[in-house]
Ligand binder design. Structure first.
Ligand code: SF4
Length: 346
């Protein structure tokens, strides 16, 4: 079997609180190879950021708790590493950029010094060499006059420039995996397009693998090779970007796509929203977690959690409608007929 760069298997993460256990991530599996972009999409609170922060060991434990799962990076299980050992991976093999660059950068340090810290630690180079690498990266992400920017404090830069600095910092040690958590949410559309363009170019130049966390399907369409749709701590559908956009197979994905504004929509018509709210993860429902919001829900959906069904190649959907015994349903307008699938043993 081919070894993936990253292979996450059955990851489960909970938070222990006074009110009880919150089951934030409930058994997700995915893989990633060099040079590809995996987008993880879903509503706020679906567990996408918690999964990534667990991988990077950024969550305070407790209250967070890794209940089970393997996080195999080049075959080595990161879940078994000590915090000290993990420091050698974070920044060097994995880097992360966040939505809010203002709180992610240290406001008391010049951006150049912040970049040099990581470069010197992971690349074992002198301060002068680190400075050269940092200025070169600032130039590559399109910061005008990178020598001057090297000496700036974060608060003197615009939001778009700070986000470029974050990308430069993340890529300055040439990591194999870049995790971008809502990297463009706080930016205007022009800046958003520029940042996505930079990420795509750098990915091609360095063959970096990207995990993109977002709820913005427009961003996903521009960036992703593969997509995983998360809901209530689980992956409900996964496949290539083409499969998810042109043959979406799960009612939750249909809802997400239906909620996207489009250019030909009548300005007076109301934008579609998925009715209801996600389930309480203190006590996740028996059966399908989407059942309370799903207009196609059947009796089986309330009694038993749907297994994974493969409908095409690597296209996987966790919905009882793919079962041979399920009735035929009519998907929303513009979405092709649903295919029956083959149940996958987990
Ligand atoms: Fe809807 Fe049932 Fe499919 Fe869940 S399993 S998405 S409730 S049809």
């Amino acid at each position: 079997m081919k070894e993936h760069l990253l292979d996450v298997r059955d990851l489960r993460v909970s938070f222990d609180t006074y009110a009880g256990e919150v089951q934030a991530v409930r058994g997700i599996s995915f893989h990633l190879d060099l040079g590809e972009t995996l987008a993880i999409v879903g509503e706020s609170g679906c567990g996408k950021s918690v999964s990534m922060q667990t991988m990077m060991r950024l969550l305070p434990m407790p209250p967070a708790r890794l209940k089970s799962g393997e996080i195999l990076f080049e075959g080595k299980d990161l879940a078994l590493l000590t915090d000290k050992e993990m420091e050698d991976y974070r920044g060097k093999e994995f880097a992360m950029i966040f939505q809010d660059s203002m709180t992610s950068l240290n406001p008391t340090m010049r951006v150049g010094n912040q970049m040099c810290e990581g470069i010197m630690r992971h690349q074992k180079v002198s301060k002068e060499e680190a400075k050269k690498i940092a200025i070169d990266m600032l130039a590559q992400v399109g910061i005008p006059n990178p020598e001057a920017a090297f000496r700036h404090y974060p608060h003197t830069m615009s939001g778009g420039q700070r986000q470029r600095v974050m990308i430069a910092m993340a890529l300055s040690c040439n990591p194999k995996i870049l995790i971008a958590d809502e990297p463009t949410t706080a930016l205007d559309v022009t800046m958003q397009a520029q940042i996505l363009d930079i990420m795509n170019k750098l990915k091609k130049t360095y063959d970096t693998a990207i995990i993109l966390i977002t709820h913005d399907l427009g961003v996903v369409a521009q960036m992703a090779d593969r997509i995983a749709v998360m809901y209530a701590g689980e992956i409900m559908e996964a496949g290539s970007a083409r499969e998810i956009f042109y043959q979406p197979s799960h009612p939750y994905t249909w809802g997400l796509l239906g909620a996207m504004p489009n250019m030909i929509q009548d300005v007076k018509s109301e934008l579609y929203t998925i009715p209801g709210t996600p389930p309480d993860l203190y006590a996740p429902p028996v059966g399908c977690p989407f059942a309370a919001r799903c207009e196609y829900a059947m009796e089986a959906c309330l009694k038993e959690e749907p297994p994974k069904f493969v409908t095409d190649g690597g296209h996987v959907s966790r919905c009882w409608l793919h079962d041979e015994r399920a009735p035929e349903v009519t998907p929303p307008a513009g979405i092709p007929a649903l295919k029956k699938g083959v149940k996958v043993d987990e």
